[in-house]
Ligand binder design. Structure first.
Ligand code: NGO
Length: 521
């Protein structure tokens, strides 16, 4: 009887499978494309065909940079010549066109159409082509991300993807102050972030343990204040040319750098570099521990504002992006009235240098300029200062520490990271709605989402990879995809499809048991 039952079950399953195959085979069926793309696109419809990239394929692009980027990746893994024609994009096996996109795609969106004969990506701006290229790469087999020639076949499922972001700001922060990371390491992270349509890189350039950017008017900041890091290592700093190189590299990936100089707290490295910045005129020792909240610029000293003006001035001049972050968090050793008066002056200085000020949400204790942006990093879902600021027009970047902090451990067993805001497994990082999370901060008050990676315990690029992957793609999806696509089961499957790509690229990702990784990844 058992055998008969098993046989019947098998036959029934076979019948279902056959029915499924037949149903999928109809070209008219409005089936979805294979479930592989992160962040989930706005809409995708299969046409049942398949495009195969072959050795005779050609590329055309209306944008040199995006065309070159795609050609570089495809030539390396396919080994094909893939000649690229730039200019008025004509027919090509893959065509990147700055014409023909529907108005709904906006400045960052795109439409991708693949048929048996080729792939066309249309956008209004190069940024949209770049994001469309990321989707195309995710529709190709994972081996496309290899830097050495692979066998193929190089197939793209046929269909149409229409896609554009939910939020204008989709960010990642790297703390280069607690541990220093080289230009090459930062560029490597930029390349990883670009795969998930992240468009802002926030660099935490100064903290108690290190000052990481050369300032010509205050040279000791970098040469002395940058000479160590958490644990007492040698630290380091970016020359202004280094910083500009990072900014340019980010721009080539359609990413804007947001530089942060944290003040008035988190300033021990600056105070150690210049005795005259201290209220008592005595420079403290350099600091290599991990305590917070013990340092403060001397808010009553006129020189402090000369310092802020000159530092902000040099940084603003090197930064083409619209934002300059002044930190403002955990100023526990600055009396509140001194703190608010400092933030008042600092935001005016930033505005005078032509930038919009961003600060950790502590700055909402002060009364902010209309252009100011607050970055929420709390662990609650209500904050009256932030809600009041939002009601008066302040835009908010959402980085709730118990959801979005990439330095929190995944589980108790995670070797790296901290636990103060809780454990953050993949589904926790994915399981919240940035547009409807904080009381009084919804709709147009929400500018976007950012995943901060603090580096008290993070030392190498492999450490960065392990903490950011797969949570960063989860946050990137919250920032890009419409809330209507939110579905944890579906997400864990699409995330699993990234595993073989990360393996190919050598990304040392965390193998969360919540994700359906394909065998071997
Ligand atoms: C806090 C603190 C940082 C720490 C981080 C560690 C903010 C905004 N200030 O977040 O100095 O590095 O936690 O998780």
């Amino acid at each position: 009887m058992n055998l008969r039952h098993t046989l019947l079950t098998l036959l029934a399953a076979l019948g279902l499978v056959c029915a499924g195959v037949l149903a999928d085979a109809g070209p008219a069926a409005a089936a979805a494309l294979p479930n592989t793309v992160v962040p989930a696109p706005v809409s995708e419809v299969s046409n049942g065909s398949t495009f195969t990239l072959t050795s005779t394929a050609t590329l055309t692009s209306d944008d040199t940079g995006v065309g070159g980027y795609l050609a570089g990746i495809l030539r390396a893994s396919t080994g094909y010549a893939l000649p690229l024609t730039v200019g008025a994009a004509g027919p090509g096996s893959i065509a990147l066109e700055l014409t023909g996109a529907p108005a709904s795609v906006g400045p960052e969106g795109y439409q991708l159409t693949s048929t048996a004969t080729g792939v066309v990506i249309q956008a209004q701006q190069p940024a949209g082509l770049f994001h469309g290229v990321q989707t195309l790469l995710q529709l190709l087999p994972p081996a496309v991300m290899s830097t050495t020639t692979q066998p193929g076949p190089w197939t793209v499922p046929g269909g149409t993807v229409l896609d554009y972001p939910r939020f204008a700001y989709r960010g990642a922060m790297l703390d280069v102050a607690r541990h220093f990371f080289t230009v090459a390491q930062v560029e490597h992270y930029i390349d990883e972030l670009a795969l998930y349509k992240v468009n802002y890189l926030h660099l935490h350039l100064s903290d108690d343990q290190g000052w990481r950017i050369a300032v010509n008017s205050w040279p000791n900041l970098a040469t002395y204040g940058g000479s160590t890091e958490v644990g007492g290592g040698q630290g380091g700093f970016y020359t202004q040319a280094d910083y500009s190189a990072i900014v340019a590299y980010a721009a080539s990936r359609y990413m804007t750098v947001v530089p942060e100089i944290d003040m008035p707290g988190h300033t021990n490295a600056a105070l150690a570099s210049y005795a005259q910045l201290n209220c008592n005129g005595v420079a403290p020792a350099l600091y290599t521990g991990t305590n917070v909240g013990f340092s403060s610029l001397c808010t009553s000293l006129p020189l402090t504002y000369t310092f802020v003006d000159q530092v902000v001035g040099e940084l603003a001049a090197l930064t083409p992006g619209p934002y300059l972050h002044i930190g403002g968090d955990e100023a526990s050793s600055t009396p509140v009235s001194d703190y608010t008066s400092f933030v008042d002056q600092a935001q005016q200085i930033v505005a005078a240098h032509g930038k919009s000020v961003v600060g950790w949400h502590d700055i909402t204790k002060a009364s902010l300029l209309p252009s100011a942006v607050a970055q929420f990093w709390g662990t609650t879902t209500t904050d009256s200062n932030v809600a009041n600021a939002a009601a008066s027009g302040t835009k908010v970047i959402m980085s709730p520490a118990n959801k979005a902090y990439l330095d929190m451990k995944y589980t108790r067993k995670t070797k790296l990271g901290q636990t103060w805001a809780g454990l953050i497994e993949v589904n926790t990082a994915y399981g919240w709605d940035p547009g409807n999370y904080l009381t009084g901060v919804t709709g147009s008050s929400v500018m976007g989402v950012e995943g901060p990676l603090w580096t008290e315990t993070i030392v190498t690029s492999a450490d960065i990879d392990t903490m950011a992957f797969p949570r960063l793609p989860a946050l990137a999806e919250l920032g890009w995809s419409p809330w209507s696509t939110h579905n944890v089961t579906d997400f864990d499957q699409r995330l699993g499809a990234q595993g073989p790509r990360w393996k190919t690229m050598g990304i040392a990702y965390y193998h969360s048991t919540q994700v359906s990784w394909p065998a071997g990844s």
